[in-house]
Design a protein around this ligand. Structure first.
Ligand code: NDP
Length: 684
């Protein structure tokens, strides 16, 4: 029997034990043996920290992002093999698409985030903080990659997405990963890791795989490591209280069972688009992945006068679900992951059925096509109805991790909110309503207990990604029962693998460290006009002091006529009494335009375009006869890494300070220019 291998310490290794069989969810045949016996976890973690970490930490965010993109493009070409294997986990084509291409999507989405980070190996977060009166002492927060490994202990339901949604994030941060998928579907994770390693796109040590059990993996975690866990709440709690996790203060992100609720708004009566959308969404969440989704709808909360309608409509919708061999086109729902899981779900349903009644489906009867119902891990969708959800609490506590949901009634919105909160913390909730007052009331009051809330109506449905889809740009995680963790969420996710440190010092020192010119830092006087330099030769702090200009009355009137901005302060000096203006006042836009007239170098050169303006402030009014000059200082360089072969360029942000004749600062702005490079820096 074929044994799965583990990819650790730079090699594919077989375990030294007998191996644990993994079963085909459709036929019950043995797919292979998982064996991790004899693996030295301490050595594996240390290998990641040193071999993988050293290389990843030195890469810039741009390089890491491009690496992810390249990897995603590589894996897309191999997807047919992964789909084939995925059927053996019981997944239909649609289920596999979520797992496989959803996983690749995470690589692409995280790769795009490189544009939000500086072109260096560490991040500079937020704004500078002035800590002194004299402007000589300040602080900034930087975020550097942790020097440990990301250890991902994953669930069986998403063997590909579960790995990539997490690894994409730690790799972007510059941290290597050790992935430990759930044993029973690790054969699919292994197939993907084989391709990743074979591609040679990741630096060695950036990814290690333990294809199965790893009970002692946390015994040597240290304070620079990060652990994420997805699975049952009981295992999560056990691992979270591991003494190394506590003693070493290891960040532990847990994503566990969640009894997600979907609410039907009181306005969404039969015949409205929202009623139909609700039924469709509940059916989808019950049957996609056979309901084995952490985000699936478990509690269907509906107005009490609509319970019958919902029950009937859901029954009809579920009737259309054909179950069987997921390779067949007409099959809409495959099998659960294993027969053990069928037993587990049955037990949970029986627990629920102590107070609730089964109104659709049969625990012991199922019709399948193209597959032997007895050999595979098949189960019919089961719809329950709990008429006393405030008294019978099992429905808020028991998770049947399969195609199972329970309908329950509410009298008013307040009750619906309370019922949603009784799940004690969920990954996601949704409400189908076309009344935005209902939506607002629900969202504001239910948000405390949820990581994500979808408002579904006729408008959003056209492009909605659905109740069950965690997106790489949004927070995924939930409070309380859902584990109290947070994953992904765009930049936020990456920051989980970075150490935030407050740096205090002079503006000049902080300019050097952050790569961003800080106000009051020493200027680096440019030898020639800064607009004459190419991208590579410009550095933060490079500065030019311009000649002076005096504003005249005519300048201001001309600007008003040119732009048609006839605001009274510029055009009507008889109306200034009682205003903040003493004399005819220059337009703010005139000050900025005049500043540009002072700092721009007119001849053709490396600066190819004006790209925009940020953070513009006018600190006091400027009147006719006032004289100004400008300080133009390079604030920051932002590499666009756009493959524009003909004219590769980057964005330079210039800090523009406008001073009056007494050297008092009167206006500031940051302007953006596109500056040509001597050569293309990034190769995609
Ligand atoms: P488990 O919590 O048992 O397993 C999850 C992961 O933890 C697996 O990789 C498992 O490895 C690993 N694990 C278990 N015990 C240990 C340990 N002592 N040390 C290190 N790793 C450990 O969940 P199951 O996969 O068995 O699913 C059980 C239930 O969990 C489901 O019925 C469902 O209710 C819930 N669940 C929730 C999910 C979610 O996304 N929120 C996803 C999947 C399940 P191994 O497989 O090798 O035992």
């Amino acid at each position: 029997m074929k044994k799965l291998q583990n990819y650790v310490t730079g090699q594919w290794l077989e375990g030294k034990g007998e191996g644990v069989p993994m079963f085909d969810a459709i036929t019950g045949e043995i797919v292979g043996l998982s064996d991790t016996e004899g693996l030295d976890f301490a050595e594996i973690l240390q290998y990641g920290r040193t071999k993988g970490g050293e290389k990843l930490r030195k890469m810039t965010f741009q390089e890491r992002g491009n690496m992810l993109k390249k990897l995603a493009l590589y894996l897309v070409k191999k997807k047919a093999d992964f789909y084939e294997l995925s059927y053996r986990t019981g997944a239909t084509k649609v289920d596999s698409w979520i797992d496989i291409e959803g996983g690749f999507g995470n690589l692409f989405a995280n790769a795009s985030l490189r544009k939000l980070f500086p072109n260096q190996s560490y991040h500079v977060e937020g704004d500078a903080i002035d800590l002194s009166r004299g402007g000589r002492f300040m602080a900034h927060h930087i975020m550097v990659p942790k020097r440990g490994v990301a250890i991902h202990i994953n669930a069986f339901n998403f063997p590909v997405w579960g790995m990539l949604e997490k690894c994409a994030v730690n790799w972007m941060a510059g941290v290597p990963a050790v992935v430990k998928p759930a044993t029973n579907t690790s054969f699919l994770t292994e197939a993907v890791v084989r391709e990743i390693i074979a591609s040679g796109i990741l630096p060695e040590g950036a990814l290690q795989l333990i294809s199965g059990s790893a009970r002692t993996i946390l015994d040597t975690v240290d304070s620079q490591d990060v652990v994420t866990f997805t699975g049952s709440a009981s295992t999560g709690r056990l691992l979270k209280s591991h003494k190394r996790i506590i003693n070493e203060s290891v960040p532990f992100t847990m994503e566990a069972d969640s009894l997600n609720a979907s609410i039907l708004g009181e306005d969404a009566i039969p015949g409205t688009p929202e009623f139909d959308l609700f039924i469709k969404e509940v059916r989808k969440e019950m049957t996609v992945k056979c309901g084995q989704k952490c985000t699936a709808i478990r509690r269907v909360i509906v107005p009490q006068n609509l319970v019958e309608d919902v029950q009937i409509a859901l029954g009809k919708a579920l009737d259309k679900i054909t179950i069987g061999d997921p390779r067949l086109k007409e099959v809409r729902m495959g099998a659960l992951v294993s027969k053990d899981q069928v037993t587990e779900v049955r037990d949970r349903v029986q627990e629920l059925a102590k107070t609730a009644s089964i109104v659709y489906g049969d625990l012991d009867k199922i019709e399948t096509i193209g597959a032997d119902a007895k050999k595979g891990a098949f189960l019919s969708p089961i719809l329950l109805r709990e008429d006393n959800p405030f008294k019978n609490l099992s429905v808020h506590e028991t998770e049947a991790f399969g195609p199972v949901s329970t309908i329950m009634p509410y009298k008013n919105l307040e009750e619906a909110i309370t019922l949603a909160q009784m799940g004690k913390g969920s990954l996601v909730s949704s409400i189908a309503t076309n009344d935005d007052n209902i939506a607002k009331e629900y969202v504001i009051n239910a948000a405390s207990h949820h990581g994500r809330i979808l408002v579904l109506n006729r408008e959003s449905a056209k492009e909605s990604t659905g109740h069950g889809s965690p997106l790489p740009s949004l927070v995924h995680g939930g409070p309380g029962r859902a584990g109290g963790g947070e994953e992904m969420g765009g930049m936020r996710g990456i920051k989980h693998y970075l150490q935030r440190t407050a740096i205090q010092g002079s503006p000049t020192t902080l300019t050097e460290i952050t790569g961003i010119y800080q106000p009051n830092a020493a200027y680096k006087e440019a030898e020639m006009h800064p607009f004459k330099y190419h991208w590579e030769d410009i550095e933060p702090g490079m500065s030019l002091k311009t000649h002076k200009r005096t504003f005249t009355d005519t300048d201001i009137i001309n600007f008003a006529n040119l732009t048609w901005d006839h605001f009274y302060a510029h055009t009507d000096i008889t109306s200034l009494d009682g205003s903040i203006f003493e004399k005819r006042t220059a337009h703010g836009y005139f000050i900025i335009s005049a500043a540009a007239g002072l700092f721009v170098y007119p001849n053709k050169g490396p600066v190819s375009a004006n790209y925009g303006l940020e953070e513009c402030r006018f600190l006091r009014p400027l009147y006719h006869n006032d004289t100004v000059y400008v300080r133009l200082t390079c604030k920051q360089k932002v590499d666009r890494d756009v493959a524009s072969a003909e004219h590769p360029s980057g964005i330079v942000k210039w800090f523009v300070e406008v001073f009056d004749a007494e050297d008092e600062l009167v206006a500031v702005a940051t302007i953006l220019t596109m500056v040509q490079k001597k050569q293309e820096v990034f190769v995609e």
